[in-house]
Design a protein around this ligand. Structure first.
Ligand SMILES: NC(=O)c1ccc[n+]([C@@H]2O[C@H](COP(=O)([O-])OP(=O)(O)OC[C@H]3O[C@@H](n4cnc5c(N)ncnc54)[C@H](OP(=O)(O)O)[C@@H]3O)[C@@H](O)[C@H]2O)c1
Length: 236
């Protein structure tokens, strides 16, 4: 939560901010909001995954409406944003925007040695910074006249630390938190609330990746410790 702004709980959103309850989410994290009766718009790049998630939401919360929009956020073409996303949004009353989409490094390495080279850094930079900027800009066009709305931007605990091998990823997450803090100041005297979430580990691909690494490191340390003990015993 940003300083100077009221705390808004998800179950109080529509009452406390006079917001309509349509929520726009990049990615597929949505069940909690649907449970509170929000209609959901999901934007992601894989239609069969989106369809699967939509069915799952409707099965758990049959009273909400779910719209899916297929879009690949490596696409930087503003005309495509306009045609595929903004036109649909302008027909809806969006009360909450969750900027969740994020790409991480699959095999962290020194900046110059990253797998996939410059294409990896291009994708991470674009996916983690451009959609949050453009969708926030577009949705504010509705929120400003209404003087109500919530924008939740997903950052990462990595934005706090100078972690070796996570250079571009952690820098893009710093972008997300910095951007959110500045907007929060700019809209301080309005009914629009900006929140940034600093995620450490969520169930998902990224968390699986981190846990695999941590398990691997722990196993290697245990093996080294056992080897040292065995060598010591031999020498005694
Ligand atoms: N998981 C963690 O432990 C963790 C830690 C710190 C921060 N975070 C942040 O939390 C957010 C969500 O992370 P997550 O672990 O839930 O990630 P995830 O499981 O990989 O989900 C990210 C979502 O973004 C979508 N996406 C990825 N690339 C896309 C593209 N080019 N175009 C359109 N959609 C795209 C994915 O679509 P598909 O379904 O098609 O893959 C997926 O729905 C991210 O911003 C991440 O940086 C996560």
């Amino acid at each position: 939560m940003l300083s100077g702004q009221p705390t808004v709980r998800v179950d109080q959103v529509s009452e406390s901010t006079n917001c309509p309850t349509t929520t726009l989410i990049q990615g597929r994290n949505h069940f909690e909001l649907a449970r509170y009766g929000f209609n959901i718009v999901l934007i992601s790049r894989n239609q069969s995954k989106l369809d699967g998630v939509k069915q799952e939401i409707l099965r758990k919360t049959p009273n909400v409406e779910v719209l899916t929009i297929l879009f690949d956020f490596t696409n930087t073409n503003l005309a495509d944003y306009e045609e595929k996303i903004f036109k649909q949004l302008n027909r809806l009353d969006v009360g909450v925007l969750v900027n969740n989409v994020g790409k991480y490094v699959e095999y962290p390495n020194r900046f110059d040695k990253i797998a996939g080279g410059i294409k990896t850094w291009t994708d991470i930079t674009l996916i983690n910074t451009l959609p949050v900027t453009l969708l926030t800009f577009e949705v504010l066009k509705q929120m400003i006249p209404r003087n109500a709305g919530i924008v939740i931007n997903i950052s990462s605990s990595s934005s706090y630390h100078h972690i070796r091998y996570w250079s571009v990823y952690s820098a893009t997450k710093k972008f997300v938190s910095h951007f959110t803090h500045v907007l929060s100041k700019e809209f301080n005297n309005t009914g629009i609330v900006f929140q940034v979430a600093y995620i450490f580990a969520l169930p998902g691909l990224m968390a699986d990746f981190f846990m695999d690494k941590i398990n691997l490191i722990t196993r290697k340390r245990a093996i080294r410790r056992n080897q040292k003990v065995a060598i010591k015993k031999d020498s005694n």
